[in-house]
Design a protein around this ligand. Structure first.
Ligand code: UN1
Length: 512
């Protein structure tokens, strides 16, 4: 145990067999079968997690309903105080939790630490927000009337998160939901359930210490069937789901049919435009981290580079040489830049995409390959690949969750923007340029159609302070910063008459 994994698991309270359903502080033994969590880093079984059955699910939801009645009446700044303590607890376990995330999911240890830092950051943000859940005051058109709006807690928020950010995405949702007075039920990815259990133990302990009721933060474990319970459940006014567009369409449809609210953060097909005015050192570094960071498994990963033809060869050769220096291997070993894909199914999709891009006419700049031999026994390691391609290729239009980068040539900036926007997804985008006109055109109403548009920064690695999400097939939801909190509350408009008359709005006369 060269990286001290067992020690970290022990400190996080994880065992070889773990119960997967929790109503907050307590755990429910559902007597169901266990799913296995296998590390893509070394193929070793980390632990087993019990599935949530219908009975345990019912217990979770009914406990959450009762908890909501109490929690919604706790003043928001006091709710924020609890979230502050959760942030502090996360500071203490940052190294252990970062290591578990890295080992269970396969991202580098540095990125595992970064993910826990995002959780800490959103807790801080939510604490501040707990004193800033502002509504507006309006001027009534009627004399002696006051009109204003207030934001009330919504109820139970269902959170479905993906394997690639197994803990941070939950925290963006749950930290906001809690200060907003909601209670949450989380279904972590079945590919990284232990990270979810570790988080639940941390927050359960804080709720216990503060004498808080059961049911403010619940955990359920399982595959899409458990997700379906959430999306069809009329007791859950909001379902926030992060993952594939395929999954999001199912969740959106089920929640929409019952006229519930869904907050969807789905696939991206993110591009960086590199113009002839780019600072090339920044452009290459930004593209490199965007494309190979998290082994291309961020929804913000850079999948396309749209390069002005006069600098195309330069970008291509500099990237190829940078790719040549990448070390691929165990993510816990800090000398490695790139870890494994999540599992062998992901490796199959990677191979399928390589085949397709070549069939469609793509030319290899750095040929992809599945790696084997010492250190690659899990079968999940692949070489980051680069292909010259055209934007209209079917495979280029598609989000493949793997480190495959497509290089596309352009002539004019208008053409570059059209290519950037010419995909079904709309999450993140960037332009590398020192030219003000190009940058502003890219950010204008006729520019990037994405939820995130950066200048001289890659497509991934957003800070929590901004609203996170995107348009088109990305689903339209916004999580995390800015006023994303509003999705977790219900708005109420109040008009109060303190006059001695009863004038009607719009000047309508109705006398008897
Ligand atoms: C995701 O991949 O689902 O902007 C989230 C980023 C990270 C979050 C990615 N802060 O890359």
């Amino acid at each position: 145990d060269q990286f001290g994994i067992q020690e970290s698991l022990r400190r996080l309270g994880l065992a070889s067999e773990n119960i997967g359903t929790s109503t907050g502080i307590n755990w429910i033994d559902s007597k169901e079968k266990y799913i296995e969590s296998i590390s893509p880093a070394d193929g070793v079984l980390i632990g087993k997690v019990q599935l949530t059955n219908d009975e345990a699910y019912e217990k979770v939801i009914s406990t959450a309903q009762i908890a909501f009645e109490k929690w919604r009446m706790v003043p928001a700044p006091q709710r924020g105080e609890i979230v502050r303590e959760i942030g502090n607890a996360l500071r203490e376990v940052k190294a252990d939790l970062g290591k578990l995330v890295s080992y269970e999911m396969g991202k580098s240890y540095q990125e595992g630490l970064g993910e826990v830092q995002e959780m800490i950051d959103i807790c801080d943000f939510a604490v501040g927000l707990s004193r800033q859940l502002y509504g507006l005051t309006m001027h009534s058109e009627r004399p002696g009337h006051r009109m204003y709006e207030q934001w009330h807690p919504l109820g139970i928020v269902g959170i479905i998160s993906a394997f690639n950010f197994p803990v941070a995405v939950w925290s963006w949702n749950t930290a906001l939901a809690w200060v907003c007075g909601d209670v949450t039920v989380w279904k972590p990815s079945e590919k990284a359930p232990l990270s979810g259990i570790a988080c639940q133990k941390i927050v359960g302990e804080i709720f216990r210490k503060h004498g808080m009721p059961e049911g403010i933060s619940s955990l359920i474990v399982g595959d899409y069937r458990v997700g379906e319970l959430l999306s069809h459940d009329t007791r859950i006014p909001l379902v926030s789901a992060t993952g594939s567009t395929r999954m999001g369409k199912l969740v959106g449809k089920a929640v929409g049919e019952r006229l519930g609210r869904s907050l969807l953060e789905l696939g991206g097909n993110n591009a960086i435009i590199i113009t002839e005015h780019a600072d090339m050192d920044i452009a290459i570094r930004g593209a490199l981290f965007g494309a190979v960071g998290t082994a291309g498994q961020r929804c913000t990963s850079t999948r396309r580079l749209i390069i002005q033809e006069s600098v195309f060869e330069e970008v291509k050769s500099r990237l190829a040489s940078a790719y040549g220096k990448l070390t691929i291997g165990n993510p816990l070993d800090e000398k490695n830049h790139v870890g494994p894909l999540i599992d062998q199914d992901a490796v199959k999709m990677y191979e399928e995409a390589l085949k397709k891009v070549k069939e469609e006419g793509g030319k290899a700049v750095v040929e992809g390959a599945v790696l084997s031999g010492e250190g690659y026994e899990s079968g999940c390691y692949v070489r980051p690949a680069i292909y010259e391609a055209e934007n209209h290729y079917e495979i280029v239009q598609h989000e493949t969750f793997a480190p495959i980068l497509y290089l596309i040539k352009y002539r004019t900036i208008a053409e570059a923007i059209a290519i950037q926007n010419g995909v079904p997804q709309g999450l993140s985008s960037a332009i590398m340029t020192t030219h003000m006109r190009e940058a502003e055109a890219f950010l204008s109403a006729a520019g990037s159609d994405c939820g995130i548009a950066n200048v001289n920064i890659g497509t991934s690695g957003a800070e929590i302070g901004g609203a996170f999400g995107g348009e088109k097939e990305t689903g339209g939801g916004r999580e995390s910063g800015s006023d994303a909190w509003k999705a977790y509350m219900r708005r109420q408009t109040n008009t109060i008459n303190y006059s001695t008359a009863l004038p009607l709005a719009q000047g309508i006369k109705f006398d008897i």
